[in-house]
Design a protein around this ligand. Structure first.
Ligand code: ARG
Length: 467
């Protein structure tokens, strides 16, 4: 039985270590349900087209369903003697049906079979990920509503720059994840294609109708070219590229959670259920969950690089190198789904040190730009106002003042007789954020609008359409 794919072409068997080396059954086992779904559709087509005897379809389909049930119950275990999941299913069918099982592989190759399985698998999981991403967006919208009136310093170059609403900051991440969801929906168009019927590469001389399995399996279209159908792994690369960009966003967000939960920033705490202690330092509360969310990005980027490298020099059509797509895609699916399961809860369990955030939003001359703007409104060029305020900040820092609000009136009048002291009253974080009223700005109304638009977009997003 182990020689099923080798047939009578060879004199001896495979060397055992080679058999082990070539086998994918240890990791492609998760495709069994999809493999059976594809075979059921293939049998129906063979029977409708009169390629196999009418009486054969039912026993083949029943035996396939039995194999799937055994797999679901965990009773059917992979055997590397049967190389991969496809040969394992066929081997088991032979045990159940005898030689009649051999009709299943008429007008089909493992090349179009494995391509079909991967399309089915990714199509299903991309839908799961799209749904989970929708939940993450809803969580971010709620978090933004919760922190609408929390002020924080906005940064450039990791230097305090200008105050923003914390909600505005979360909504920036929501915008990234929204693009991720759009990209995922777009990628699904190219997963939603059926390669079945392409055979080894050239099509098949039997009078098959590839439209039958395409319709049965709910694919929107067939591949236009059989050579491409069996050698295309763009949809795997596209998924890995998608996942890599998504993980960049997860990693940047996680990095901020790590940073902001540090004693030095002190902006927020992670929930206890998301943090661990140290085995030696009893005082420690470590943001492990955020660290690992950040760290998981590395393996995903690695899988993308790995598969790009596998594919780049391959002549058409199928080559065994392509078996290497499996672990890259599967590990990425597992990783991304786990990340999407963890991240919303982590965000829901954050607590904020609002007083410190407000103090930091006001500190470090974060209102200097606005003072320069105000000065420019008196008719002097902005560049001149910028220089005037910059010089003033330098003098005040030398005199030991950490912000305009710390400067007593008499000192102010002596250093800045040209700038009315009362102007400082209008330079609080809340006043400054409210002046930024553009639709993408940080004023309350603008941010509320951004949140409402996101909530509406999520509720109208394409829902589960794939079977
Ligand atoms: N296990 C193989 C893979 O994952 C299935 C296709 C094998 N085809 C072949 N001609 N050896 O790519």
């Amino acid at each position: 039985m182990s020689g099923m794919a080798r047939g009578k072409r060879f004199e001896g068997g495979l060397r055992p270590e080679v058999q082990q080396f070539l086998a994918s059954a240890g990791f492609d086992w998760r495709l069994l349900g999809d493999d059976v779904a594809g075979s059921l559709a293939h049998v129906q087509m063979l029977s409708e087209a009169g390629i196999i005897e009418p009486g054969l379809a039912e026993p083949l389909q029943q035996a396939l369903a039995q194999v799937r049930a055994e797999w679901e119950a965990g009773q059917f275990k992979p055997d590397s003697l049967w190389e991969d999941v496809h040969m394992n299913v066929e081997g088991r069918l032979h045990q159940i049906l005898g030689p009649e099982a051999g009709f299943l592989h008429t007008a089909r190759s493992r090349n179009d079979q494995v391509a079909l399985d991967m399309h089915l698998y990714l199509r299903r999981h991309e839908q799961v990920m799209a749904d989970k991403l929708g939940e993450l967006l809803q969580t971010l919208a709620s978090l933004a509503r919760r922190t609408l009136d929390v002020m924080m310093p906005g940064y450039t170059h990791l230097q305090p720059a200008q105050p923003v609403r914390m909600a505005h900051h979360w909504m920036a991440y929501a915008a990234m994840f929204q693009r991720d969801l759009e990209r995922l929906h777009d990628a699904r168009k190219r997963v939603d294609m059926s390669p079945l019927g392409a055979g080894a590469l050239a099509g098949t001389p039997y009078p098959t109708d590839p439209e039958t399995p395409r319709t049965l399996l709910g694919f929107s279209r067939l591949y236009a070219n059989s050579i491409d159908a069996v050698s295309d792994r763009d949809y795997c690369l596209e998924y890995l590229a998608w996942a890599s960009i998504f993980m960049v966003h997860v990693s940047r967000l996680s990095e901020e959670l790590v940073l902001w939960s540090s004693r030095e920033f002190g902006f927020l705490s992670l929930g206890d259920g998301y943090s661990t202690g140290s085995s030696i330092m009893p005082q420690k509360k470590n943001p492990d969950t955020a660290e690992l969310l950040r760290g998981k990005s590395g393996r995903v980027f690695g899988h993308l690089m790995g598969l790009l490298t596998v594919m780049k020099g391959l002549p058409l059509a199928y080559n065994s190198d392509m078996q290497e797509d499996k672990e890259a895609v599967f590990d990425t699916v597992d990783t991304v789904e786990a990340v999407l399961d963890i991240l919303p809860g982590l965000l829901e369990h954050l607590t904020f040190n609002e007083e410190r955030l407000l103090a930091q939003a006001a500190a470090h001359y974060s209102n200097a730009t606005d003072l320069a703007d105000r000065l420019a409104q008196t008719g002097i060029p902005f560049r001149q106002a910028h220089h005037r305020v910059g010089g003033l900040v330098r003098e005040l820092l030398q005199a030991g003042y950490e912000g305009f609000d710390a400067v007593p009136e008499n000192i102010w009048v002596s250093l800045a007789p040209d700038i009315p002291y009362v102007w400082l009253n209008a330079l609080t974080p809340v006043a400054l954020v409210e002046q930024r009223r553009q639709p993408f700005g940080t004023a309350r109304r603008a941010v509320l609008q951004q949140i409402a638009q996101l909530e509406q977009w999520v509720s109208n997003a394409p829902s589960a359409t794939a079977p």
